[in-house]
Structure formats: C-alpha cells, structure tokens
Design a protein. Structure first.
Length: 102
C-alpha cells in the first residue's frame, strides 16, 4: 500500500473491493394462448438465440411452465422484460416475461 506523510498524519491508500453487480434471470412464463412460433421469434429477436436454442427454451416453457432466456445485470434484465412484454402486447399475445434475482 502506498503511504503519504502529511505533517503528523499518515494516510494509507486502501484498495476498495468492488463486488460484481447482482445478476437476474429473465424468464418466460407459459400461457395457453401465445403461439409457439411467436415465442421462438421472441427468443431469437431479444435474446440472440439461434433457432435450435430458441426451440429448446420454448419447449421448456411449454412443458415446465417457465424457461430461462438469459442472465443479465439488473438494468439489462429489466429492459429485456419491458421489450418482450411490449412486443407481445403489440402483437396481441399475453406472453409474460419476468426477472428473478439469481
């Protein structure tokens, strides 16, 4: 550590420990009305999944009730949730997208 002498006081530089930001899972929730192809398109468009990855996540949502689209810092996760919900409403689908702390 670096030290400086200022008269009678000695100051020591202290290294601050930065914690990584908390991460959040972005999750799609199943419903009985949103077409599977629309869910695949959402995953490709907003989460940069290829067709195979998007289809696997969509099937998980369909069979298990939910599927993780990705893990992001808080602000990115919130933006993705907002974009997906707005896009779904624009296309008149009730698709729900939420975020959950990891």
């Amino acid at each position: 550590m670096a030290t400086e002498n200022h008269g009678d006081a000695v100051l020591e530089a202290e290294k601050s420990k930065l914690k990584p930001p908390p991460m959040f899972k972005v999750i799609l929730l199943n419903d009985d009305f949103t077409p599977m192809e629309f869910v695949v398109a959402v995953l490709q468009t907003f989460f940069s999944k290829n067709r195979e990855q998007a289809t696997q996540i969509m099937l998980k949502v369909h069979k298990e009730g939910m599927g993780v689209c990705g893990i992001y810092p808080s602000d990115v996760a919130a933006a993705k949730v907002e974009q997906v919900v707005a896009f779904a409403r624009q296309h008149q689908h009730p698709l729900q997208c939420v975020m959950e702390k990891t």
